[in-house]
Design a protein around this ligand. Structure first.
Ligand code: SAM
Length: 286
């Protein structure tokens, strides 16, 4: 594990001690939910055989393996992440899949010397956690070859993402919801397209394009209503509220029941499905 030091020390602690172990356990559910969005961003990257690609904040490496498959044996995929437990899982899955052109680096993508030059920088929800995003993207751009491309998917605002807003609003009837600075590192830090355009252009990227995608998501990969509630208590603003409030079991049960009632209307034969909203962001360097 890398030392929890430097500008992203809080995130290094969080993704090693709190969120990373949770993602490893829940990865089947999370993957079922976000896989289509990650693949869409990958399609926008237009990967070609033989290319070298960096997967930023690769987590458990599902996308890194898919990139490796798309660029073929003559190309390579490198996943970079600060979370040791997620990378352990990523390495094991890559070994099991025989993905010989896939490797992983445990490092802070904002500050580390990255093993470029890369043809493409890609990320599925892994670029919104930098304390200093402009410094991070300047560092990332320096690892990209001239003429290289960037493609990532990130969440739009909480208000545009009912799959997280509905449970958070239900929980807020019993618990104070944290009100973080909208630009602070976190899932919604890149919701503001004008801000992201500014960050990327100051970091030297050109032809910056934001495509809004609105999709119904399989919230918990077709699990039962009760399992979906448990999943939602561990994700996003509802999980943050619970972590801060540390409610007694009785209050926790009330939150659970409130969240269940709020999402029940969205349950169908394929489990709970609710609207989600993301940006697919693409850019290049000349
Ligand atoms: C929301 S998760 C997405 C994981 C993965 N891309 C996926 O879609 O399954 C965000 C990831 O970004 C990683 N991350 C956060 N800050 C980072 C940084 N400064 N450098 C590298 N990775 C970082 C986290 O450890 C985590 O794995």
């Amino acid at each position: 594990m890398i030392e929890a030091a430097g500008p992203n020390a809080d995130q290094i602690r969080y993704w090693n001690e709190v969120a990373g172990p949770k993602w490893v356990v829940l990865h089947d559910i999370i993957s079922a939910q976000i896989r289509p969005l990650g693949l869409l961003a990958m399609d926008h990257a237009g990967l070609a055989a033989g290319e070298r690609v960096l997967d930023i904040g690769c987590g458990i490496g599902e996308t890194t393996r898919e990139i490796g498959r798309r660029v073929g044996p003559g190309g390579s995929a490198v996943g970079v992440d600060i979370s040791a437990p997620m990378l352990d899982s990523a390495r094991e899955a890559a070994r099991a899949a025989g993905a010989a052109n896939v490797t992983f680096v445990n490092a802070d993508a904002q500050t580390a010397a990255l093993p470029g030059p890369f043809d493409v920088l890609y990320s599925r929800f892994g670029v919104m956690f930098f304390a200093e995003p402009q410094a991070a993207f300047t560092n990332l751009r320096s690892a990209l070859r001239k003429g290289g491309r960037l493609a990532f998917v990130c969440w739009r605002s909480l208000q545009e993402n009912p799959w997280l807003l509905v449970p958070a609003t239900a929980a807020a009837r019993h618990l104070p919801l944290p009100q973080p600075d909208p630009h602070a590192p976190g899932p919604f830090a890149f919701a503001d397209a004008a801000r992201v355009r500014d960050i990327l252009s100051r970091a030297g990227f050109v032809r910056i394009h934001h495509e809004p995608i609105d999709r119904e998501l399989s919230v918990a990969g077709g699990k039962s209503l009760d399992e979906t509630v448990e999943f939602l208590l561990q994700m996003g603003p509802t999980a943050s509220a619970l972590r801060e409030a540390q409610p007694e079991p009785e209050l926790l049960d009330r939150v659970r029941a409130e969240v269940r009632e709020a999402i029940a209307p969205h349950q169908g034969p394929e489990g709970v499905r609710m609207a989600g909203a993301v940006w697919i962001v693409t850019a290049a360097v000349d």
